[in-house]
Write a protein that binds this ligand. Structure first.
Ligand SMILES: Cc1cc2nc3c(=O)[nH]c(=O)nc-3n(C[C@H](O)[C@H](O)[C@H](O)COP(=O)(O)O)c2cc1C
Length: 189
């Protein structure tokens, strides 16, 4: 490679990454969609999150990333835990509802949204595909987000067999091939 070509490559490599470009490219990584819910009855709230991932089976740990200004931080601290609700393909309106900004947490967040509370007092979206209820065990600061790690204490699959909601390239929609196809693949393997 010529010196001119080498310096061109280096210049490209050190070009700062624009936040919007990063968001656009990361949006090509297909994910499911969750709503993280937390807070006591009467003051509970939730936020739509696709940064969920499982971390460890033993002990059972999961994580999600929460932006620093989120209204959920205070509620998370007060509750000491949270629920990860996996949305089904028909719950796109819920994803939009919990992605909306509100001046204050809680109050009307769950109006018209079927939900119940666990024995530990954490809110669960009753019609979600599945849920994990967690105790917060660690919070790591990372840039403009916090990485919130939870230990799973309770789980459920109320919507067994339903299609998941998918987030790809900035759009929300049901997994169009159908969850059935994946269940057959699993049985065959
Ligand atoms: C599909 C989707 C995925 C999102 N994932 C995240 C996420 O992983 N972390 C996050 O902090 N916000 C995420 N958001 C944005 C929050 O839902 C939104 O900023 C928030 O609900 C607005 O209120 P808040 O800023 O008070 O939390 C996502 C939004 C959508 C629509």
């Amino acid at each position: 490679m010529s010196a001119a070509a080498r310096s061109l490559t280096r210049a490209e490599e050190t070009r700062p990454v624009e936040p919007l470009e990063l968001r656009r490219v990361c949006g090509l990584f297909t994910t499911g969609v969750t709503v993280i819910t937390t807070g006591p009855d009467g003051d509970a709230d939730g936020t739509t999150v696709n940064s969920f991932t499982s971390v460890s089976l033993d002990p059972p740990l999961v994580l999600f990333c929460l932006h620093r200004q989120s209204r959920l931080h205070t509620l998370l601290e007060r509750s000491g835990g949270f629920t990860v609700n996996f949305l089904s393909g028909r719950q796109q309106p819920l994803a939009r509802h919990f992605a909306g900004r509100r001046a204050t947490a809680g109050a009307t967040a769950f109006e018209g949204v079927p939900h119940h509370f666990t024995d530990d007092g954490l809110p669960v979206l009753s019609e979600a595909l599945a849920h994990l209820t967690c105790t917060t065990v660690d919070v790591h600061s990372a840039g403009d987000h916090d990485i919130v790690i939870g230990e799973v204490v309770e789980l459920g699959v109320p919507g067994h067999g339903l299609e998941p909601l998918i987030f790809f390239d900035g759009s929300l929609g049901p997994l169009e091939t159908g969850a059935d196809r994946f269940q057959h693949t699993r049985q065959a393997s």
